[in-house]
Structures are given as C-alpha cells and as structure tokens.
Design a protein. Structure first.
Length: 255
C-alpha cells in the first residue's frame, strides 16, 4: 500500500481538505486509510468527532514518549483511522533537533505498524512549513501531493517544495514521486488559469489533470464534521475528489 504526504509551504491551499476527501474516496471503494495529522494546528483532528485532547495520546506521544503508533490510533468511521495531532507538536523541532534519527522516526514507526496491521494506505496531513515534521513525512512517503490553490503565493509555496524535494534526492538516493494538484479552482477568474499555466510550465506532467473546483460542499462539510461524500455525494466537489482518486490509481501512484 502507499504512503502519501500532502504538503505545501503555504497554508490555506486545501491540504487538510484533500487528505480528508481522498481518504473518503478510497473508503468508498472499500479501501480504508490511516490518516496522520502532523500539523500542530490540528485541523484534521478537529473534524474527527471523538479525537482526544491529550498530548500523550496524540502523535506527540510517539515523539515524546516513544509510544507505538498502534497505541495512538482512533477509529474514524467511513474513513479508517486517525493518529491525532496536538498543539505540543510545535515543540518537536526544538526538543529533538534535526538529526537522522528524528527524521527517520516516522518511517520506522510506520514500518513497524504495517507489520502488525492489515494493508491500507497512509495519508499524512503535513504542517505548512519546512521542519522536522514535514521532512519526516516526506522521508516516510512514497508520494508527495502538493495542493496549489489558484493564487500566486500558493504557487510560490509549491516551488519551494520542489526545491526541497530536489535537495533531498541525494540524501534519499532516489527521485521522490510528486504530483501538483490545483485546488480552489474558480473558472470565473483569469488568475486561476494563469496560475495553472505557470504550474504546468514549471512542473510539467507532474501537475494532475484533475482540478478541485471551488465548491460549496467542500467548504461546508468540515463544519458538520463530514467529508464531502457524506455531506453531498452528488456535488461537484465529490466528483472532483473521485476523479483525483481515479487519476492516482490509473497512474499507479496509489494501490
């Protein structure tokens, strides 16, 4: 199964929304996912109705107390399961530094978890800045999915991610699979198409053919602690995320 890190060095680009709804699309074809919230802001965790508020029972417990990831999972009906975030995660950089041990900790933890659990995809909601947490997610993943909302600052954030991925290739001794996903796609604005054209010029065939349109159902569903499919399965937003899943499956970037 696959591990996907969803990351951009700019917030507000549809990162958490993409993690949530890609997992929901997978579940609709009977493939559950493990979702990991690595953002100290915890937006994904807040959508899950029964998520814990305890730092020790969040991903921070994995870093601080060496708790196995299996002890931190909570069930997420209609999606799979979640390892929740906590605001204490913001301390990971300052407490543990940036050495190889901490950067590889998540990868090793996931390797151990996968040996004792049924096969499933792992989707990681990264924090929107480059540090130990986001680098750990990249080190642990098979694919980095970079959402680009239809504005130029989001595109600049994506370019910084590309620079980071290229810089990591000698360290990881491989080219990291990546895909750039246009989100918040508003066809009424000329800037939307300008950003898309610049993304295609810069990233070529690694820009997804699928775009995630600006959509009311996508925007409203987290308020009701639902993914877009449970909120409105017939919406254009649900159709877009289903198309994204099919594109990743057809490209063999997802199992």
């Amino acid at each position: 199964m696959s591990r996907i890190a969803v990351f951009n060095q700019k917030g507000g680009v549809g990162k958490t929304t993409t993690v949530l709804n890609l997992a929901a699309a997978l579940n609709r074809i009977n493939i559950p996912s493990l979702l990991i919230d690595m953002d100290p802001q915890g937006h994904l965790t807040q959508i899950q109705e029964e998520s814990t508020l305890s730092a020790t029972q969040s991903l921070f417990g994995f870093y601080q107390d060496n708790k196995p990831l299996s002890q931190l999972e909570i069930e997420w009906p209609n999606l799979g399961s979640l390892i929740p975030s906590h605001k204490e995660l913001i301390k990971v950089d300052s407490i543990f530094g940036k050495g190889p041990a901490i950067l590889n900790k998540l990868r090793i933890g996931l390797d151990a978890l996968e040996k004792e659990s049924t096969p499933r995809n792992t989707i990681i909601d990264c924090c929107p800045y480059l540090g130990v947490l986001s680098l750990s997610a990249i080190f642990a993943s098979d694919l980095v999915l970079i959402p680009i909302s239809s504005d130029f600052l989001s595109l600049q954030g994506a370019k910084k991610v590309e620079q980071t991925l290229k810089a990591l290739e000698p360290v990881l001794k491989k080219r990291i699979n990546r895909r750039y996903l246009m989100t918040c796609f508003d066809r009424r604005r000329g800037m939307t198409f300008e950003v898309q054209e610049q993304a295609q010029a810069g990233f070529g065939s690694e820009v997804c053919n699928t775009v995630i349109s600006e959509n009311v159902a996508i925007a409203e569903s987290p308020q009701f602690k639902k993914d877009v499919f449970r909120y409105n399965a017939s919406s254009a937003g649900a159709q877009d995320y289903e198309a994204l899943l099919n594109e990743l499956l057809n490209s063999q970037l997802l199992d």
